[in-house]
Design a protein around this ligand. Structure first.
Ligand code: GDP
Length: 177
């Protein structure tokens, strides 16, 4: 019987960047056009990646800003992070930088699996953050970078596959598999 591994992943970022929309697209395969701020929701999904099976526990957080104090529950028992900004909001890009710094400090400055996501890439006329800026930021963290639209199923699936892969990659690099 294949071994099923548990992975707990947080989706973090400024409000209204599309965290819930990405989670819904991933879980249900559809884009829901409504905006109700999330308190915090946790979802479970079985994910098959190659020969491996994962029980992915996804936490869609309420949204943070530069001043948020991150609770211990954002660090303890968390395997990886999907940090989301909107390419239409420079402020949301600043917020992910602050969030990453705070998490890195809280986790004792050890490498942490991160996928940085520039969402709402379909809104090209309203773009405030260039793809290259996102790419450079992710590189400086040693993280994965993707641009997405929560309207697109395949790109969104890719985000969650990447974070699962990245968790294994970082674990293996530290010999903890
Ligand atoms: P959250 O607060 O970060 O969870 O953001 P939501 O998922 O609630 O999305 C905020 C608003 O942005 C909603 O009106 C969504 O329909 C819209 N939205 C989310 N993702 C996208 C996207 O990729 N493209 C476009 N055009 N709109 C999006």
């Amino acid at each position: 019987m294949p071994l099923v591994r548990h992975r707990k992943v947080l989706i973090l970022g400024y409000r209204a960047v599309g965290k819930t929309s990405l989670a819904h697209q991933f879980l249900e395969g559809k884009f829901v056009e409504c905006y109700e701020p999330t308190v915090e929701s946790t979802y479970n999904k079985m994910v098959v990646l190659g020969k491996d099976e994962f029980q992915l526990q996804l936490v869609d957080t309420a949204g943070q800003d530069e001043y948020s104090i991150l609770p211990h529950s954002f660090v303890i028992g968390i395997h990886g992070y999907v940090l989301v900004y909107s390419v239409t909001s420079l402020r949301s890009f600043q917020v992910v930088k602050t969030l990453h710094n705070k998490l890195y400090e809280s986790r004792g400055k050890t490498r942490m699996p991160v996928v940085l996501v520039g969402n709402k890439a379909d809104l090209s006329l309203r773009r405030e953050v260039k793809a290259d800026e996102g790419k450079k930021l992710a590189e400086s963290w040693g993280a994965i970078f993707l641009e997405s639209s929560a309207k697109e199923s395949q790109v969104t699936q890719g985000i969650f596959m990447k974070i699962i892969e990245e968790i294994d990659r970082v674990d293996n690099a530290y010999g903890r598999s």
